[in-house]
Design a protein around this ligand. Sequence first.
Ligand code: PAZ
Length: 313
Amino acid sequence: MEPNWEEFYANQPKPSDLESSKKLLNDFVERYSDGHTRIALVTSGGTTVPLEHNTVRFVDNFSAGTRGSVSTEYFLEHGYAVIFMYRIKSLEPFSRHFTGQKFLDMLDLTERDGKPQLTVSETYSEDVAQALIKYKSALKQGKLFQLSFTTLSEYLWLLRAASQALAPLGKRVILYLAAAVSDFYVPSNEMSVHKIGSAVGAPKIALHLVPKILKPLVNLWVPKAFVISFKLETDENLLISKARASLNTYNHKLVIANMLQTRKQKVTMVDKDKDYVISLTNEQMNRGEEIEKYIIDDLVKRHEEFLSAKETS
Ligand code: PAZ
């Protein structure tokens, strides 16, 4: 049986800084009560599920935060203001371009008046400058606000707070739920307080189902927003049917379906009436093109249509 989301929330520990995050969210949203700027809430990266209260071990997943961080850059290019809700230490917009590099290899030292002077190494300076210009410009215009989470419960509390803060902006809001959120968790009252020991043998840990948060999100928290969820599968035969089932159950606008193995090259956009593929050729991949550019181009058009459509109710 599906667990009740209200009971579930009541038993999830609140992040200690939730109230200050809510204040920052409200301040950000307030800036866009101008009636025209479009706003995207992008969730990104994976959630952890702690196995102990004093957490040494946790269940995690593969998500690197590529989808969310790249998409954020393209939303900003289209003039959107973005709340980027991301897993700590996963990829972030703009700095993601340098994540594969060794930080110290990107720097050079010179000397002036006998003192060491730090510069960006010539190999990287053009790319760093480009990324920095865009990042600083987004911050200066107040268009990018970042919020971070690690655990499933932190994610869920922040998602609810962000959705509720955005609700007054109605149809101008896109929720782009790209984070890989755990479907399972260990309830607080079943969790070991201290590090699970091995002296008594292998532990038996029962994972419980997390309720589907899309339900209250779509129906109660942001009923007017353009909500997009993602569906990840490893078995191609299930992908589209599961995406469609999710749409029919939660009644949101769109599911972006992707396979673990090919997620950087191909996605399927699934709505109530149709589905279509967005993909990159091998040549585009080799040129370093990013599928998120095409996903966001498509979404911006769809959001535009959604905004100009007459209310039916
Ligand atoms: O973060 P990433 O770029 O490595 O992966 C992106 C993704 C596969 C997590 C995302 O596209 C997605 O499908 N998110 C939802 C996953 C889910 O079905 O829970």
